[in-house]
Design a protein around this ligand. Structure first.
Ligand SMILES: Cc1ncc(COP(=O)(O)O)c(C=O)c1O
Length: 433
């Protein structure tokens, strides 16, 4: 049985047989090419195939775009040779990817897993194991309010947002939350039990909020001075997303542990926990593992992505398109009061709107109807994280769509604001009771 060409069956099977933890838009994509996705054609129900500009890139995952020949070719070739081989044996592709990651970062060692949450889970265990083997009773981990580190029990415990933890309490003990970018608060939260500070350099899931440069530098210096490990979660910001291979490079610091996932496999699930030789003592043989982690297929994908970034000059494109987007979106912010903020780094950008005038979900739906995909965060923010291969022309398509919507919103709100101004002038500008 195949339900490939029956959108209604796809939808009803999902609703009937899949746990309903997502709220998908009314579309199913079956193909992708470059920065575009194509929706399912369902002739029986008169649904035509439609083209969408993918400005969310599978939430910062499809780093090489869709249908990238180098990536799909290498995956197909590897699938024909060996998909999986367990960690009882050496894996050539894993050794190669570990080498590339270490050679191009602060790290000496890597552990591979399958997702961002798993990469963070390993980082948390590694930090605790490090002090355990040093025979020091240090286990507390300080994280930031509004952070996001994943959906497993330890990573929701690390996540500084109560909504992710509440239904699943009691969570893993030993986590403390402090306000992001508040150095004094973080310093005040340190005790003799503190093992690590765990931070994102840009809080992606809560609205693309970059950390202050000074704050991160001071936190890194504090950690070093006090022998506390600095864990940087680059699951969303890593692997070229912000215009450098890793975002920490732009902050002039070196973490002790860094986590990666999302873009590293270009769409093939992979997670990675990187650390120094010193911190690597936190895991002894048998302390951690993963059946699938570091398998030949996922590592082949990781190797292609790393080659594209390091050898094929993909970062030049990231910076070109990112600069264009920032410049043009900033122009729109200056022109339209409704667009309150444009922030981010590289190709991870948020647009915040005045939600009294236009909501994030409204904006997302309007863009969707125009064939453009973004994600909405909260009431007022949309986030974009397109493929790193996106061209300036494609970015311009997005900017034009935003301007079209803003222009039409201004037009439709005009009579209303004219009326409000009229009432204000009649009442001498006093507030009506
Ligand atoms: C910073 C950060 N850490 C961890 C995760 C969790 O990654 P995954 O969904 O692959 O488990 C995410 C996912 O959005 C993330 O943005």
């Amino acid at each position: 049985m195949s339900i490939e060409n029956d959108f209604y069956l796809v939808k009803s099977f999902d609703q009937k047989y899949c746990l309903q933890v997502f709220a998908p838009a009314d579309v199913c994509f079956t193909e992708g090419k470059g920065s575009y996705l194509y929706s399912m054609e369902d002739k029986e129900h008169g649904i035509k195939k439609r083209k969408y500009l993918d400005m969310i890139g599978g939430i910062a995952v499809n780093s090489l775009g869709h249908g990238n020949k180098e990536l799909t070719g290498a995956i197909a070739k590897q699938a024909g040779k060996l998909i999986h081989c367990c960690n009882y044996y050496y894996i050539a592709e894993r050794s190669e990817l570990a080498f590339k990651l270490c050679k191009n970062s602060f790290a000496d060692k890597v552990f591979f897993s399958n997702s961002g949450a798993e990469a963070n889970e390993a980082a948390i265990k590694l930090a605790r194991g490090y002090f355990y083997y040093k025979q020091q009773e240090k286990y507390e981990i300080i994280t930031a309010n509004m952070s996001f580190h994943g959906r497993t029990m330890a990573t929701i415990s690390a996540t500084g947002q109560e909504k992710f933890r509440k239904p699943f309490e009691p969570v893993v003990p030993g986590f403390k939350y402090v306000d992001y970018n508040d150095y004094e608060q973080l310093e005040g939260a340190i005790t003799d039990k503190t093992a690590a500070v765990m931070l994102e350099l840009i809080q992606g899931e809560s609205g693309v909020h970059p950390a202050d440069r000074d704050y991160i530098k001071k936190v890194a210096a504090l950690c070093k001075a006090k022998g506390i490990l600095l864990i940087i979660d680059e699951v969303q910001t890593g692997v070229g997303r912000t215009g450098t291979l890793f975002c920490y490079e732009q902050y002039g610091i070196k973490p002790d542990i860094m986590t990666l996932a999302k873009g590293l496999g270009g769409g093939v699930p992979i997670g990675a926990t990187l650390c120094t030789n010193e911190v690597a003592t936190g895991f002894q043989v048998g302390d951690h593992g993963s059946t699938f982690g570091g398998n030949p297929l996922a590592c082949t994908a990781g190797n292609v992505v790393m080659d594209q970034i390091i050898e094929a000059g993909l970062l030049t494109n990231v910076n070109k398109s990112a600069n264009y987007l920032m410049d043009e979106l900033t122009k729109l912010r200056k022109k339209y009061d409704m667009l309150k903020s444009v922030r981010g780094m590289g190709l991870l950008i948020a647009l915040e709107f005045d939600n009294e005038l236009i909501s994030a979900s409204g904006m997302k739906e309007r863009l969707f109807s125009m064939g453009i995909l973004v994600s909405a965060i909260g009431k007022s923010t949309i986030r974009i994280a397109p493929p790193l291969t996106i061209s300036v022309a494609e970015c311009s398509e997005f900017v034009k769509a935003i301007e079209t919507i803003l222009k039409s919103e201004v037009e439709t709100k005009k009579p209303l604001s004219g009326l409000i101004d009229g009432i204000k002038s009649l009442t001498g500008g006093k507030k009506e009771n």
